[in-house]
Design a binder for this molecule. Structure first.
Ligand SMILES: NC(=O)c1ccc[n+]([C@@H]2O[C@H](COP(=O)([O-])OP(=O)(O)OC[C@H]3O[C@@H](n4cnc5c(N)ncnc54)[C@H](O)[C@@H]3O)[C@@H](O)[C@H]2O)c1
Length: 260
């Protein structure tokens, strides 16, 4: 990882990071970079089963807030923001690194996906980012930045990405609308589009290894992306140096998306 510990570009900033499942999670790469840049962290974990995997990581980066967040549990997201309001009174950075689709729907054709499966994927992977922005807005009194994670399969038909394609397309569009709406308050909104990474969420995508091989051979960089590459780029976008960058879908993919 690039040594940014002396930069302190996020010193004193308060950051909420959701979506850490383990030390392979993209959210973990972002949490480490936020901390290395000097931010204070709030970390969430999915449920009691996930807690023992996430707790040592939260401890490692000295997170001052550590709370459960299952987006399908009524009121849990609101409680996270209530805690932040009570403890910090403000929020500067908010990372949404969460996606879900029922396996039977994800692994079939888009044409065949069920209404319930599609709506569940949209609720957890897209609507929740809109809701997070709504809850973050009053806490971002001096401006701030909101981030979500997307993928190239939103723009192009990527084999086996299936119904997550339209879901991520909606997420990217919501990002642009929210960036326009919140911009006058100094709040930036970005979708981050990393190349494929071997994480738990990725294991739900059929033949993911082939996607990795293709990414490595086709990307101009000829290399795969790491969670630290993503983390450092996101942390930079959270700094004041990036205060006039908003509404982006930022590809961190070694340039894969520019190649035919
Ligand atoms: N891995 C990749 O190749 C890749 C590429 C581009 C974008 N992304 C996106 O990055 C994000 C993070 O995924 P990851 O690859 O780090 O995998 P991951 O499995 O480490 O993270 C996914 C997270 O979503 C959480 N989650 C799922 N359902 C939830 C719910 N109902 N409530 C709260 N949390 C819930 C999980 O607990 C987990 O922490 C996702 O949006 C994914 O689509 C991944």
């Amino acid at each position: 990882m690039i040594d940014v510990s002396s930069l302190n570009l996020l010193k004193g900033k308060k950051a909420l990071v959701t979506g850490v499942a383990n030390d392979q999670s993209i959210a973990w790469g972002c949490a480490k970079a936020f901390q290395a840049f000097g931010a204070d962290l709030a970390i969430t974990y999915f449920n009691d089963k996930a807690k023992p995997h996430v707790e040592p990581l939260a401890r490692e980066i000295g997170a001052s807030i550590f709370m459960p967040l299952d987006l399908q549990q009524e009121g849990q997201l609101e409680r996270v923001f209530e805690k932040i309001a009570e403890k910090w009174g403000a929020l500067d950075l908010c990372l949404h690194s969460i996606a879900f689709a029922p396996k039977e729907d994800l692994q079939g054709r888009v044409v065949d996906c069920s209404k319930d499966g599609f709506l569940r994927a949209m609720e957890i992977s897209c609507w929740s980012f809109i809701r997070m922005a709504k809850l973050a807005e009053p806490l971002m009194k001096s401006g701030g930045a909101l981030f979500t994670m997307t993928y190239y399969g939103s723009q192009m038909v990527v084999e086996h990405y299936n119904m997550m394609g339209p879901v991520k397309a909606a997420l990217e569009s919501a990002t642009r609308y929210m960036a326009a709406e919140l911009g006058p308050k100094g709040i930036r909104v970005h979708a981050i589009s990393p190349g494929p990474l071997k994480t738990r969420a990725a294991s739900g995508i059929s033949e993911f290894d082939k996607l990795l091989q293709k990414a490595q051979s086709k990307a101009p960089s000829r290399s795969l992306v790491s969670i630290d590459d993503v983390g450092v780029a996101v942390a930079f976008l959270g700094t004041d140096a990036a205060k006039l960058i908003t509404g982006e879908t930022l590809y961190i993919d070694g340039g894969y998306h520019i190649i035919d």
